[in-house]
Design a protein around this ligand. Structure first.
Ligand SMILES: Nc1ncnc2c1ncn2[C@@H]1O[C@H](COP(=O)(O)OP(=O)(O)OP(=O)(O)O)[C@@H](O)[C@H]1O
Length: 528
């Protein structure tokens, strides 16, 4: 797409703002129905549309019309080909590009809709309210931006117009949008030299026509970071020339003292006038300060994802079958827990610095370091999806979520994700599930516990297995035993007298454990 827009820029002799298309008929491209106008960019109108052929829940999309001008047929074909490449991008922090087509002499592109509007609006709102964004929020957004940029750069795609207006929010998840000036690189050293972009965010090398490469995007990203912190442009002036002078020759700005020194150092290194001295997105993600914050963010995502998976499962079930009183009660509990988890996330952000320190101490004492490739975003997709209001759509997503929880657990037991999440060692101790049932001990590495069927059918399946009377006996005994912190040997001895297979009790214990987590959350004992 970038090339076609470059061509548009070059060939479109008439550079005044194109007139909006009067869309006639009911459906555009036989599937899109205009809902409302969202605004207009340099190349045309932007509309919210309803995709009549989309899956349920994915109907809302954005249609951007771009004036074709005097593009020749070959250029249009190339534009389609480049748009086709964009449609293959898939990352939670990048606005999804769906398709492109020609309609009524307009080149139209269809993208994901971000109802949270753009970051520029958020900054303005914050400024008008006389507030500032808390550092935790800024870091969370900044990391998401880095992940999106890393993804693009790894595929040799430059954005070339990174600015707050091109950063969108969807359920508080950052989405980098508008690839209107991004460019596919033909080779690692290929510099895209076309002068495009917004001056405020432009790097010195781009302004002085020394070429544009991935480090120029990093500069723009630093400008966005500065703006999130200061609610103002990193380089401003009375006119275009003074802005440009400041960018090329001016002092590197610093963040106010309320923001941590580490964040300031990172931003300043991204604003190095020499592009080769700027860190890449990958390198920034590996800076300890960022890496540590990324881990904390991931823990919060796990909590959110965990509850969403199970709450959704229960909701779905209630639609297809009549719920038993017990299930209804559990649903209420889960809803409360879900709400609580949301509040906890907020709370965690407020206590971010303190918790972060404690978590590090706790983890270094108790658990081996989580060793994952934080950049493997395919793995994190379900978390980002679930972090927003998107539903875990199918078993596969739920299982991927479960698998990730499993992978992050150094013990390989699902509920261990909770034992790792608490940053307070004392609270964490309470969560520790000691596997007292040898016959069910994890001999294999197979994940089997966080599974929606297992969790929510546990009650029914054990009742069937044991019979109601034995189940109630085991349930009551284990509940009491766990509360009293009785010894495993004592518990086993008692249970082996009332059940045929000791391993059946394992599931009861799991059920109890899960209930315990919800209760802890419901009564307001934050696990971090
Ligand atoms: N995916 C989207 N979801 C929600 N709103 C969007 C989306 N894309 C664009 N918009 C909104 O539509 C309007 C026009 O956007 P567009 O990106 O075309 O222009 P711009 O970024 O303001 O300018 P330019 O074209 O110069 O980059 C803006 O108000 C923007 O917030």
């Amino acid at each position: 797409m970038p090339k076609f827009r470059e061509r548009l820029q070059a060939k479109d002799v008439c550079r005044e703002r194109p007139s909006p298309t009067v869309w006639t008929g009911n459906l555009i491209a036989k599937r899109y129905k205009i809902q409302k106008k969202l605004g207009s960019g340099s190349f045309g109108m932007v509309y919210l549309v309803r995709d009549e052929k989309a899956r349920t829940g994915e109907e809302e999309k954005v249609l951007k019309e771009i004036s074709v001008g005097n593009l020749g047929p070959n250029d249009t074909v190339q534009a389609h080909q480049e748009a086709q490449l964009l449609s293959q991008l898939q990352h939670p922090n990048i606005v999804k590009f769906y398709s492109s087509f020609l309609e009524q002499d307009k080149f139209c592109i269809i993208t994901e809709y971000c109802e949270g509007r753009d970051l520029d609006c958020k900054v303005e709102e914050c400024k008008e309210a006389g507030r500032t964004f808390p550092e935790a929020q800024i870091i969370e957004w900044f990391i998401q931006l880095l992940l999106g940029v890393h993804y693009m750069h790894a595929r040799r795609i430059l954005h070339r117009d990174l600015k707050t207006k091109n950063v969108f929010l969807k359920n508080n998840v950052i989405k980098i949008g508008d690839f209107g000036v991004s460019c596919f690189l033909m080779g690692s050293c290929d510099l895209a030299t076309t002068f495009t972009g917004t001056p405020y965010y432009m790097s010195p090398e781009a302004l002085s026509h020394q070429g544009y490469d991935s480090k120029s995007d990093i500069w723009s990203l630093a400008c966005i970071l500065y703006e999130m912190c200061c609610l103002d442009h990193a380089f401003s002036g009375h006119n275009l020339l003074s802005v440009m002078m400041k960018i090329v020759n001016g002092k590197t700005p610093s963040l106010p003292e309320r923001y941590s020194e580490e964040l300031n150092t990172i931003m300043q290194s991204m604003l190095n006038k020499n592009p080769s001295l700027r860190l890449s997105a990958t390198e920034i993600l590996r800076v300890k300060f960022i890496e540590d914050h990324l881990q904390v963010i991931l823990w919060l995502l796990f909590i959110s994802a965990f509850f969403k998976v199970h709450l959704q499962t229960l909701r779905d079930r209630s639609e297809v079958q009549k719920m038993t009183p017990r299930e209804r009660m559990r649903l209420r509990k889960l809803q409360d827990a879900d709400e609580k988890a949301r509040k906890l996330k907020q709370l965690a952000e407020e206590k971010y610095q303190e918790n972060h320190k404690r978590m590090q101490e706790f983890r270094s004492r108790n658990f081996q370091q989580v060793n994952i490739d934080v950049l493997n975003m395919g793995l994190f997709q379900p978390f980002f999806n679930s972090f927003g209001d998107q539903r875990m759509q199918n078993d596969f997503e739920a299982k991927q979520t479960a698998l990730l929880i499993f992978k992050l657990s150094s013990h390989g037991r699902s509920f261990m994700c909770f034992t790792e999440i608490p940053e307070d060692p004392e609270i964490a101790e309470q969560y520790y599930y000691e596997d007292g049932f040898e016959s069910c001990s994890d001999e294999s590495d197979e994940f089997e516990t966080v599974d929606e069927e297992t969790v929510y059918n546990t009650c029914e399946s054990i009742t069937q297995k044991m019979g109601p009377a034995v189940f109630h006996k085991v349930y009551d005994y284990l509940k009491d035993a766990r509360q009293k912190h009785m010894k495993e040997t004592e518990i086993k001895e008692f249970l082996s007298r009332i059940v045929e297979r000791l391993s059946d009790c394992f599931e009861v214990d799991q059920l109890l454990y899960f209930e315990e987590q919800l209760e802890l959350l419901t009564i307001g004992s934050p696990p971090f």
